[in-house]
Ligand binder design. Structure first.
Ligand code: PLP
Length: 391
């Protein structure tokens, strides 16, 4: 006898991971050069030099591989707090920061911390598929609210979805899978609507701001949600910006202005304990805090974005030009299952949109080496011809 829910989760894996594994098999069968794997958001930009230097230096410290405090090494948390203070002007301290295994465990801990029993978590669809796994595993329910057709926030729809069970709204900007960045105007409208709902329901509705792509933008500013809405909890990760996805390092930042801020922070620490996190990777807590404000070469992703956007739009596909992150969300020109199979047949691996909470799109991760995009161009043309978009 096993936990059937967990067994099902383990057996199905995420669609994205499934495709990533399939891509490896296909590469063995067809040859590496004939497969264009746009499935996984695995950063291809090399880690910046500051990371390797920090690793070398930190390895000289005694006890660097020991346990740290459960909430994270004090000096690492203090440095992160200082970084936030300088950026936002908000008086955040080390006691607002909880170090995690990337954004995934930050989100899992926060969702568990917020669940007072049969909670509802509002996610803006299309959304990162694991939100459903994390919220349900925390014992709650994910309530999906679609964006407007142009993928901007539909504030009225979010407000209409709020009930007395709603504990938070999950925001992700720059966004996976669309690549848009919410404007200050959109965020202020959401903040105003949530404040009204709070008065009506008597319950604080937190914004959980999932920000693994914060620094990956192509010209548009990413507003600080904490400066717009007091009841904000940030889930940050160094996976994408420092190309450290496999090292598993990030943090939770609970706004000092949030309602019950101390209790929320304690509950996040308690959730981390209950989930068996013990402490975030010790060496990398120090390494990332030696590199705060630095990023991998994001210019690569801008070049990739421009190139892939030019290729797919020239072929007649419809998509929004991403403002950040490294994903392109393409509208299926024919029935989505057929479209997905045609792409797969051409060795172009993209992710169907159903697990993102919307139908009729595919997501393409363009954080691949640029030559993969260049070589994929003739294959997009064949796909476009097979779909009747090109002669
Ligand atoms: N949130 C979003 C929107 C993501 O796209 C990802 C990873 O792709 C995560 C969270 C999880 O990131 P991490 O590797 O930091 O756990």
């Amino acid at each position: 006898m096993v936990n059937e829910k967990m067994k099902a989760l383990g057996e199905t894996r995420s669609v994205i991971r499934e495709l990533f594994e399939f891509g490896k098999i296909l590469k063995r069968e067809r040859g590496e050069e004939n497969v264009f794997d746009f499935s996984l958001g695995n950063p291809s930009a090399p880690v910046p030099d500051c990371v390797n230097e920090a690793i070398e230096n930190r390895l000289k410290d005694g006890n660097i591989h020991n346990y740290t405090s459960a909430q994270g090494d004090l000096s690492a948390r203090a440095k992160i707090a200082e970084y936030h203070r300088n950026r936002t002007g908000i008086d955040i301290s080390a006691d607002n920061i909880y170090m995690t295994y990337g954004a995934a465990s930050a989100l899992s801990a926060v969702f568990l911390a917020l669940n007072t029993g049969s909670c509802e978590y509002i996610a803006i669809a299309p959304f990162f598929p694991e939100y459903k796994v994390f919220t349900e595993s925390a014992g709650g329910k994910l309530v999906a609210v679609k964006t407007k057709d142009d993928f901007s926030l539909d504030v009225d729809a979010v407000a209409a979805a709020v009930t007395e069970k709603t504990c938070c709204v999950i925001l992700n900007s720059p966004n996976n899978p669309v690549g848009n960045v919410y404007s200050e105007k959109e965020l202020k409208a959401l903040a105003a609507a949530l404040s009204i709902k709070r008065k009506q329901t008597g319950r604080t509705i937190y914004i959980v701001s999932d920000e693994p792509y914060r620094e990956i933008t192509y010209g548009k500013d990413v507003p600080d949600v904490m400066n717009i809405y007091d009841d904000t909890i940030i889930c940050y990760s160094f996976s994408k910006t420092l190309s450290l996805a496999g090292e598993r390092i990030g943090y939770v930042a609970v706004s000092p202005k949030a309602d019950c801020t101390g209790e929320i922070y304690s509950a996040v620490c308690g959730a981390g304990r209950a989930l068996g996190y013990v402490c975030a990777p010790s060496l990398f807590q120090r390494v990332v805090t030696d590199c705060l404000g630095k990023t991998a070469d994001i210019a690569v992703y801008r070049r990739n974005r421009d190139l892939i956007y030019e290729i797919v739009t020239r072929c007649g596909f419809e998509c929004v030009k991403p403002e950040g992150a490294f994903y392109l969300f393409i509208k299926c020109p024919i029935e989505s299952g057929k479209f997905f199979e045609i792409c797969k047949g051409e060795g172009v691996l993209v992710v169907p949109s159903e697990s993102f909470g919307v139908n009729g799109y595919v997501r393409l991760a363009y954080c691949v080496p640029t030559d993969v995009i260049e070589r994929s161009a003739p294959h997009f043309e064949i796909i476009a011809k097979k779909c009747g978009l090109m002669k």
